[in-house]
Structures are given as structure tokens and as C-alpha cells.
Design a protein around this ligand. Sequence first.
Ligand SMILES: [Zn+2]
Length: 260
Amino acid sequence: MIEFVDTHTHLFVQEFNDDRISAVRRAVESGVTKLCLPSIDESSHAPIMDMCNKFPGVCYGMIGLHPTEVNDDYNEVLDRMYLKLAKENPFIAVGEIGIDLYWDDTRKKEQIDAFCRQLDWAVEFDMPVAIHSRNAFEPLYDIMENYRSKALTGVFHCFSGTEAEAHKLLSFEGFYLGIGGVVTYKKSKLPDILRTVPLERLLLETDSPYLAPVPYRGKRNESSYIPSIAEYLSNLYGCSIEHVAGVTTGNAYNLFKKMR
Ligand SMILES: [Zn+2]
């Protein structure tokens, strides 16, 4: 049977309050047998853990503070998150973390500080990271350089940069590009970039509830749509959808070791 991993899905958010359980079932029935749930802020913790408890072996949680949620109290928030990691650590990764200067760059300094603190957790606890970056390639890359020697691994989720940026990011050996619905959009430049990137460096993700792939574009996105992204990639790479599933699922297990 074909097996996919949705390496980045927010099925725990309120958009799924009416049908969360059936959204997980639809995913599993579509062959998407593992779901990685990245935190957005502290309030993500309870609903993520609830899903992990309800669907053991299917749902896996991450812990982290999203860059757009870095507010005045971020240091205290991070202190509390750190305690959770130090105490029980049921998490497969630190995420999602990063830098986002698209809407607002007034907290650039704080975003960078929060990002570095959380990268340090990943090193300390030997965990992979899920990185979100928007309008922030230069500062992100500069920070990543400081961690190059530290055996950090992870995924640049929802990659949306240039070909040169893709290759600079992939110079970090333990890292993958997270590819979602955007690759299926007509005006996307991503297909041309991916022609220069092997499948062995890609992970599949939906980023539900946002950015649904064609033919669901504009609708609420959900994890059961992963096969549409895989089918698009199978055409792009000239291989079978089974091959896309096999390679990208292998990549996901390789990165998120606690999921094995
Ligand atoms: Zn996300």
C-alpha cells in the first residue's frame, strides 16, 4: 500500500472543530498514515496532545513558537515551553519556528532571538526543527550558518524562494524542503526550481488549513490532499506516484526519528 506522511499540518486548529476526527480518517484512508502537527503558540499544546492521544501512531506533535506569534512576553512563553521539553518531551521536533517579516518587521530582533533560543533547544535535545521563513532569507541564512557545525537537522517548510536560495539551504546536509499545494499552482516558479532538486531532499506537507493544492485550491486544505501534491510531483519528476511516496516517506522517517 502507498504510504504518505503529511509533515506539516494544523488539523488541531478551530477550522477543524466540526470534523477533526473524520479529517484524520480521510487522511488515513487516502494513504496519509502519519500526520506531523507543528505548534503555533502555547495554546497549540493541549489540542495537539489531544490528537496524539486519540490517534497514537498517526499523529505526532511538535513544540515551538511561530515567528508571527513572538510578542512582548515571548521570553516567558519560551521558558514554559522549555520546561515541557525538559520534563516529558513527547515531541518529534521543535517547530514551527523561524523568521517572518512579511506582515510586520517591527519585532525582527525579538523574532531572531526567539528563533535562536529554539534552535538551541533542538541542539540540546537532539531534535529536528521545522522552519518557517517569509521575506527573511538573508537573516535566516546568516543564523543557520552559526549552526552548520552543530549537526542540526530539519525542514524548510513551505519553501518559496529562488533556485539559488534552495541550493544554499540544501547545503545544510540534514535539511529538506517542505513542498505543498503551492507547487501545483499555475504561476508557481517552484516546479522549475525542483527540476534541480532531487526527490531525496523533499518532504510532502499540506500546511492545512491553508494553501490547498489543485484541484482543491481556495478550499480549506486538509491532509487527505497529500496525494494530489504527490501526483503533481510524479509528473514533474517523470516517475510513479509510488516512487514519490516511497522516497518522501523515507525522508520523513529519516528526519523525524521518533516517528519510527
Ligand atoms: Zn504551519
